[in-house]
Write a protein that binds this ligand. Sequence first.
Ligand SMILES: [Fe+2]
Ligand SMILES: [Fe+2]
Length: 294
Amino acid sequence: MLNFLKAKKVTPRLRRPSNVNIKPHKLDMSYESGLKANFYANNPFLSAIFHSLSAQFPAGERFLIESVRLFQDSITDEELKKDARGFIGQEAHHANEHEQLSLALKNKGIPTDMIEKHTEWLLDKICTLLSPKDQMAATAALEHFTAMLGALMLSNSSLFEEVHPSFRALFIWHAIEESEHKAVAFDVYQNTIGSYPRLMAAYLWTSSLLVLTTSYYTVRIMVKDGSIYNLKAILQGLNWMFGVGSNGGHFRRMIPEYFTFFRPNYHPWEKDNSLQINHWKKVLNELLEEKKRA
Ligand SMILES: [Fe+2]
Ligand SMILES: [Fe+2]
């Protein structure tokens, strides 16, 4: 029993597919002109959920970077060391890009500054309470969420079609890179710490906290813009998340994937979505070329 609790390297590492690279790319979009606050399917409820997540990203992704940095020198696998550098670079660009978006959204009346400040405060407090190992476990767990969201978008092109053009490139870019580096934090954790119970404990508290903070900020955004009284938009949004039909139940369909993380031999690359990653990379390049020409 004790040996089980101390078990190291619970999961044999699956190498990322050779057609996937973890290279940081800057997006550098300009969000000031033509930004639409109700950017997702013209629905204020769904848009508020994504704004709430987006405004938590800058502090959140810096937390992930710091955790990986704490263990970077202890990684024993050279390829993983390189991937960890790629992960840090990609997350740093994500944090900067979402910070730019937050500034533009603040000018549209969305309280992203409040969300950013709260998230920074909360993560500072969490860092003082957690050991570095627990911080790394939380990072590996949180990366499962961003990987699930990224995979959800990449596997369903209609989801990108519902995104207003001012946000589309950001969504595609972030979804691609979250999929590219989906195993890095997990592998760093397995390589340097490897305790299964510690990872599962982190998964439980990070998922509860993320749902709680995202719900709270979504309500705050909707109270501020008055859409909290828009029952039609709320019902449409709930159907999008948990309902039935081809354009419904997107979060409901993620539930089995949430639970796969509990499997002791789970590995993020057991589901190879490299073809989707590469398809969307081409779409993104075309989109960015088009923007340059415009
Ligand atoms: Fe990210
Ligand atoms: Fe990530």
